[in-house]
Every structure is written in structure tokens, then in C-alpha cells.
Design a protein around this ligand. Structure first.
Ligand code: PMV
Length: 342
């Protein structure tokens, strides 16, 4: 099981879910299927150096600074995937990573981060094989590895709309790795979106995603939520096919609010939204009511707001609205302008 000393460099995008993954079972199996958009600009670039050695060790640097906590996370991850990569603990690693978006901005760096790490592992070992695990293409195998680092990371391996979790609505879907949503079933109105992320709160979240997923285990509303996510795939499929933007907007916002409602109904209950989050949501709703323009939001497990709007002749007035009316509700007037297109 030997591989040679090597240095590999990989890059991976972040993603934002439309149908959210929240709750999981043993072995990083999602409690419900999810679908996300891969972002064009928010990326993690990672350089991994491998030196064959008897003693396993990992050193990590984030934007040039040594990060011991991240190294511990990677060590734990590598130990968990030794069954798939038998050589993985027989070496010393120096991992240098940087995000193209602001550090601790609350943009899902675990998705792009673990996506990039999984790509590096795949480059170190081209012959990697996931026996009997259905993953056959290289991207599926990489997605399989990324999933074991962070669930949502497995969706970052593809562009555009990406599905993770078994659903009857997507033929090739799997709980073990992500697959692209069939392109021919997506109406052209959904093929280019702006995603401007308003940074309402920078820094550590009070409750991590790991703890959040675990709290779904005995959330009284969890089973209904998992069922709803399954039903939502059917609805979204129809919306994507017909190009019904108005329905898409209500749908995406409902999913975001459901994620946060689950947190509020956990035991113990917690709230990750801040007052700025609510101000922005209410402002978007008012502006949409007044103008009828297609601007809407989604949320990740945090306070920041992803403001979504299609790129077209109307987007100029939306852009001024965001800068003038929404930006003051952020912590330091900061936002990250991203987009998705495919
Ligand atoms: O990948 P994790 O374990 O950090 O979970 C994140 C889940 C959400 O970002 C809240 C939703 C999703 O589907 O990405």
C-alpha cells in the first residue's frame, strides 16, 4: 500500500443548498436528500505535501498561519477513511490551504475545504477504489471521500445543481456520493443566478453543524421534516422543468426558514439568525411586494443571508437596492458577491 512522496494542488468551490440536508444517520448517511447550487467564485485552494513516514502526522496552515485545530480535524478524518485508503496513516502531511472568501465569513468553508482535501487524496492515489460502494467514476469516488469529511462537501465536486441523497426523482442519486442534476431538465431561467452573501455575523457559530445534525435525532418534528424534504424534490423537479420563478422563490425561502425552524424546535433550542438577518428578510419581502422583482434569500446554518436574483435586465435596480437598503443591516457593511452559472 505504498505511494510516493508527492505534492499536489487542488481547488474546490463552495455550495449553497436549496433543499437542505439537516439530520444524519451513522456513517454520514443523510436523513433526507438535498440539492445545491455550486458557487463560481468562493473557493478553497489546497496544497498537500505527502512524505512517506512510519509516524502519521498532519500540519495545516490556513492563509499562511498554522492551524492546530484544523490539523486535528484532518487527522480524525484520515483515520476514518483508512478502510478506503490503506496507505493514508503511513505518512507525514503538510497541508496549506486558503479561501478566496473572507476567513470566518460564515460561508461554508467546510464544503469547499473538504472537497479540496478529497481531490488532493484522489490525486495522490489515482488507483483509489471504493469496493462495492457503487461509486464508479473518479468524481463519484472523490465525492464519496468528501462526504466522509463533511456531508455538504460531497456536492461541491460538480458545477451547477447537484443532488446528494437517494430520491426517486433523480435516477442516479445515492446516499454515498453526489450526482449532477440532469441538465436537460432545468429551464434556462435557472442557469445564471447571482448570490450576494450579506455578512451579518462573522466568527464562530454558537452551535456547530455537527451538534445541529445530532439535535435532529430527538427533534419531535424531524420525521415530518425528512418526509417533507422528499416531497419537496417532486415539487422542485416540476418548478425546474417549467421555469416557474415565482414558485421557485417561495420554495427556496420556505426551505431556508424550515432549517432555522428546526433549530428553534430542538432541545435545547437555539437561534443562529441575528436581528440583521430578520431585517434583511423583511426588507426583501417588502421590496418584492412593491416592485414584483425576482429577489429572494436562502440561509445556511448561520446568520448570513444569501441574496439570490437572476442576472437579467432587471438586476441593476436589485443591485442598488441591496447596496443601499440591505447592506446597512450587516455587521461591517460587508458582502461577498458570487454567482452560479452552468
Ligand atoms: O456538511 P455539514 O455537516 O456542515 O452540514 C451543513 C448543512 C447545511 O449547510 C446547513 C445545509 C446543506 O445542505 O448544505
Amino acid at each position: 500500500f505504498k505511494i510516493s512522496n508527492q505534492k499536489v494542488v487542488e481547488s474546490c468551490s463552495s455550495n449553497i443548498a436549496l433543499i437542505k440536508y439537516w439530520g444524519k444517520y451513522e456513517g454520514q448517511i443523510p436523513a433526507n436528500p438535498s440539492i445545491s447550487f455550486t458557487l463560481n467564485h468562493c473557493k478553497t485552494n489546497t496544497e498537500m505535501e505527502f512524505f512517506a513516514a512510519e509516524e502519521f502526522s498532519v500540519q495545516t496552515y490556513l492563509a499562511g498561519n498554522e492551524e492546530v485545530k484544523f490539523a486535528e480535524k484532518i487527522e480524525k478524518y484520515f483515520k476514518s477513511i483508512e478502510v478506503y485508503l490503506p496507505w493514508i496513516l503511513k505518512g507525514k502531511y503538510i497541508i496549506k490551504t486558503e479561501n478566496t472568501f473572507p476567513h470566518s465569513s460564515g460561508i461554508a468553508s467546510s464544503a469547499s475545504g473538504f472537497g479540496a482535501i478529497a481531490k488532493c487524496l484522489m490525486s495522490l492515489d489515482h488507483n483509489f477504489n471504493v469496493d462495492n460502494q457503487q461509486a464508479t467514476t473518479d468524481t463519484q469516488k472523490t465525492s464519496f471521500l468528501a462526504r466522509l469529511g463533511s456531508g455538504s462537501a460531497c456536492r461541491s465536486l460538480y458545477n451547477g445543481l447537484v443532488v446528494w441523497g437517494k430520491t426517486e426523482e433523480v435516477a442516479e442519486s445515492s446516499n454515498l456520493f453526489a450526482v449532477p442534476y440532469p441538465n436537460e431538465e432545468i429551464h434556462p431561467v435557472f442557469k445564471k443566478f447571482n448570490d450576494w452573501v450579506l455578512l451579518v455575523h462573522e466568527g464562530e457559530k454558537t452551535v456547530s453543524s455537527t451538534v445541529g445534525h445530532a439535535l435532529m435525532d430527538d427533534n419531535a418534528y424531524a420525521e415530518r421534516r425528512f418526509e417533507e424534504a422528499h416531497e419537496n424534490f417532486k415539487i422542485l423537479k416540476e418548478i425546474l422543468k417549467t421555469g416557474d420563478m415565482k414558485r421557485f422563490i417561495t420554495f427556496v425561502e420556505h426551505e431556508a426558514l424550515t432549517l432555522h425552524a428546526m433549530m428553534m424546535m430542538s432541545n435545547p433550542a437555539y437561534i443562529l439568525m441575528k436581528s440583521g438577518t430578520l431585517e434583511i428578510i423583511n426588507n426583501i419581502w417588502e421590496f418584492r411586494k412593491e416592485t414584483g422583482l425576482n429577489i429572494f434569500f436562502t440561509l445556511d446554518a448561520g446568520a448570513n443571508v444569501h441574496v439570490l436574483f437572476p442576472e437579467n435586465e432587471e438586476s441593476d435596480s436589485i443591485k442598488s437596492f441591496i447596496k443601499e437598503e440591505l447592506l446597512p443591516s450587516t455587521q461591517n457593511g460587508k458582502m461577498v458577491m458570487d454567482e452560479m452559472s452552468f
